[in-house]
Design a protein around this ligand. Structure first.
Ligand code: OGA
Ligand code: NI
Length: 208
């Protein structure tokens, strides 16, 4: 299916890096106008109270949960607006391309908006520890225009073989897109001093 929001040749370039390093960062896959629409949508949904405090699964109580993870999220599901539907179509295209490129057998993708209010972050974790779940590839698309260094909120990615060793720090600037193997990389969201918007998700190898 043709996707005018996606630059397919940049996507393929990022897959080359993903093949080599198990992670890849690009700012050329999504057009910035489209990212601005997604940012507006995320901001509006948060303002309307549609996003809910994220939880961290069965372990931990509510208090420790917000110390570990301070974001608010909303799953996209079927896509409740034209821009969400467009984004889901883009994710389907990326899923098909991942399968074509890596022979991965990815069956679906799940994705949520994430809004980190000031002072929120997310402590170091692995999305799919020991490869125990069906999450194979993580992506994050950042949605913050005019991001300043002093706003904090970087994604810190650590070495899978040495979780203390920083690999890279990514500023959550509009249009930046990172992919990484969900089972390998410890990562952390540094405390953000202004609202931090993104779309996060996982390409999975199980069917619904
Ligand atoms: C997550 C996560 C990273 C980011 O939601 O699991 O690690 O930069 N997000 O938002
Ligand atoms: Ni994560």
């Amino acid at each position: 299916m043709e996707q005018k929001q996606i630059n397919l040749s940049s996507l393929t370039d990022s897959f080359e890096k993903l093949a080599e390093n198990n992670w890849a960062l690009t700012s050329e896959v999504f057009a910035s106008d489209f990212c601005k629409q997604l940012a507006q949508e995320c901001q509006k949904l948060f303002s309307d109270g549609e996003l809910t405090k994220a939880s961290i699964g069965p372990v931990g109580n509510k208090l420790t949960a917000s110390e570990i993870r301070g974001d608010y999220t909303l799953w996209l599901d079927a896509g409740n607006s034209p821009v969400q539907k467009q984004f889901l179509l883009c994710l389907e295209t990326i899923r098909e391309e991942l399968n074509r490129f890596f022979f991965m057998g990815l069956k679906r993708v799940e994705s949520h908006f994430a809004f980190y209010p000031p002072q929120a972050g997310y402590e170091k974790h692995i999305d799919n520890p020991r490869g125990a779940s069906h999450r194979k590839i993580t992506f994050v698309l950042y949605l913050n225009e005019d991001w300043q260094k002093e706003n904090g909120g970087e994604l810190s990615l650590y070495n899978p073989n040495n979780p203390e060793k920083l690999l890279t720090r990514v500023e959550p600037r509009l249009g930046q897109l990172i992919f990484f193997r969900s089972d390998l990389f410890p990562h952390q969201v540094e405390k953000s001093f202004t609202p931090r918007l993104s779309l996060t998700g996982w390409f999975r190898d199980d069917a619904l």
